[in-house]
Design a protein around this ligand. Structure first.
Ligand SMILES: Nc1nc2c(ncn2[C@@H]2O[C@H](COP(=O)(O)OP(=O)(O)OP(=O)(O)O)[C@@H](O)[C@H]2O)c(=O)[nH]1
Length: 508
């Protein structure tokens, strides 16, 4: 088979042409190292079966490399070319400017199952699964229009039956001296490898999708012997937790560590270090501050694994624990607070009171303890209704919170009766604090249907010595309270002191 154009190109021009072709680089790569002979244009592929005037282009995996062979060594080059052509595990074709196959390599049928007759004189794009709009058609059109080489994978119906094949293809345009174009086409069947790659990719995409859907962050991190942390993987969920993209964390783990709440940073670092040393499950609840400033509780769980060189690898998850924490907090609050006034309930007052007393005992300190009771509360209830009484209790608790320090313990023991334990306070100071409180309560004015209603509080004060009992001291304070009521209300009576006079304001 002899190319008609080959006959028309004089020998000296072919030589010049061959030189011109030296330097053509074919971009791209093949997965397996291959070498292909590109014949001098004028000779086409036909002479590969009985060659003359050869220019050898070595196409090497990882980037085709064009090498010049001395034209004087034609014979050896021809043999080399035949050898390469023989070993190339696919089809080699020459296509004209219309995309019509003009020449094919002799081993075509053996390698592809396609007979030369089924291709010669036909458009190459006919091999496409979609000949009108397939990859090969577009690649060939582009190649002919731009004169640029192309490399890629095309889906072909080369098998002749329903099952299509995947062909790795290289299209190299060749310009003839008369300006006409040919395209050298190399095709190699990679169906099996491509299908398994597609399967791997789809499995990977499926897994990524799954991980993205899991309502948690899945990650893999590594700590080097110097304590530096790197992330190998972190799933999409991290965006919701702290606003950072997975890529941002992979690029710079510090960006995630910076998002840990300042109060939790020491705990996070210490727990990670402990897990690395003991190879124990890492489990911690901590807060992350999102890029938008919002705060989230995170529960982290990760299994460590020791790697060579002192590296530690963790496979872990981070859950958003914000909601659970909020409900726990709410439940906890309900368990220890009085729902009407928000102060401690009876049980919580005694539990926390025991802790405060234990600490005062260690410091050999005396604690001021008081009982407080709203005056004539029954009258207020009877005259303005139970809701008015509730309102008075809420206002009273509010004024107590404002007058006392956050760590003083105020509990509602029942009805309109409250107990108070003043932390780190001398008894003399307690008196001043309580009297200020008494005055503040007297200043409360309830607006009850146009009536400005005031009420007062009576207080009994006692001292809880280091070795005393909270219950007994409260009982003593209760007796002092009784005396305050007896003495006219709206006053403080200390177990050791005389009651002080004060005006009593009652609802009328
Ligand atoms: N509104 C309201 N009233 C309550 C609540 N708990 C108890 N009380 C009422 O508080 C009143 C307490 O009455 P008393 O024990 O006679 O005491 P008081 O009227 O304040 O008289 P003195 O303490 O002697 O000044 C009762 O009428 C109870 O029904 C409550 O949660 N809300």
């Amino acid at each position: 088979m002899m190319n008609a154009n080959a006959e028309q190109v004089p020998k000296d021009r072919r030589r010049g042409l061959a030189r011109r072709w030296i330097g053509i680089a074919i971009a791209g790569s093949l997965p397996v190292g291959v070498a292909v002979v590109l014949l001098e244009l004028a000779m086409g592929l036909g002479p590969a079966l009985g060659l003359s005037g050869l220019t050898l282009l070595g196409l090497v995996a990882g980037g085709f490399r064009l090498e010049r062979r001395d034209l004087g060594r034609q014979e050896r080059d021809q043999a080399f070319a035949r050898e390469l052509l023989h070993h190339y595990p696919g089809a080699v074709m020459l296509v004209d400017g219309e995309g019509v196959v003009r020449q094919v390599c002799p081993q075509l049928e053996q390698r592809t199952g396609l007979s030369p007759e089924s291709l010669l004189g036909r458009r190459l794009a006919g091999l496409d699964v979609d000949p009108l709009d397939g990859t090969l058609k577009h690649a060939l059109d582009d190649c002919l229009a731009s004169g640029e080489p192309w490399q890629g994978v095309v889906r072909c119906n080369t098998g002749g039956d329903a099952a299509s094949t995947y062909q790795e293809a290289v299209l190299q345009p060749l310009t003839y001296p008369d300006g006409s174009l040919r395209v050298l086409v190399l095709m190699r069947d990679i169906t099996q490898a491509w299908r398994s790659r597609l399967a791997d990719q789809s499995e990977l995409a499926h897994l990524r999708h799954l991980l993205g859907q899991v309502p948690a962050v899945v990650y893999q991190s590594c700590r080097d012997p110097r304590g530096r942390l790197t992330f190998f993987h972190i799933s999409e969920g991290i965006r919701t937790l702290c606003g950072l993209t997975p890529q941002a964390v992979l690029d710079d783990p510090e960006r995630l560590l910076e998002r840990v709440h300042p109060d939790d940073q020491v705990a996070v670092e210490a727990s990670v270090a402990r897990s690395a040393v003991g190879l124990k499950l890492w489990h911690l609840e901590f807060r992350l501050i999102s890029l938008d400033g919002s705060e989230r509780w995170v529960e982290g769980l990760a299994m460590p694994e020791r790697l060579a060189g002192g590296y530690t690898l963790w496979h872990g998850v981070l859950f958003d624990a914000t909601q659970r924490k909020a409900s726990e907090e709410q439940l906890g609050r309900l368990a220890y607070t009085d729902s009407l006034t928000g102060v401690l309930n009876r049980r919580a007052f005694f539990e926390r009171g025991a802790d405060v007393h234990a600490q005062a005992r260690r410091q050999r300190r005396t604690l001021p303890v008081a009982m407080l009771d709203l005056d004539h509360f029954k009258q207020l209830n009877d005259r303005f209704g139970h809701a008015a009484g509730d309102l008075a209790l809420q206002f009273f608790a509010e004024v107590c919170r404002e007058s006392l320090r956050p760590y003083d313990l105020l509990g509602r023991l029942g009805g309109e009766e409250f107990a108070l334990l003043l932390v780190d306070t001398e008894v003399d100071d307690a008196w001043v604090i309580l009297d200020r409180l008494r005055e503040a309560v007297g200043a409360i004015e309830l607006d009850l249907g146009g009536h400005g209603v005031r009420f007062s509080v009576s207080i009994g004060l006692a001292c809880l010595p280091p070795e005393g009992s909270l219950e007994a001291t409260l009982s003593a304070a209760d007796q002092a309270l009784y005396q305050a009521k007896q003495a006219g209300r709206n006053r403080i009576v200390s177990v050791r002191e005389r009651p002080v006079d004060a005006s009593t304001t009652l609802p009328h």
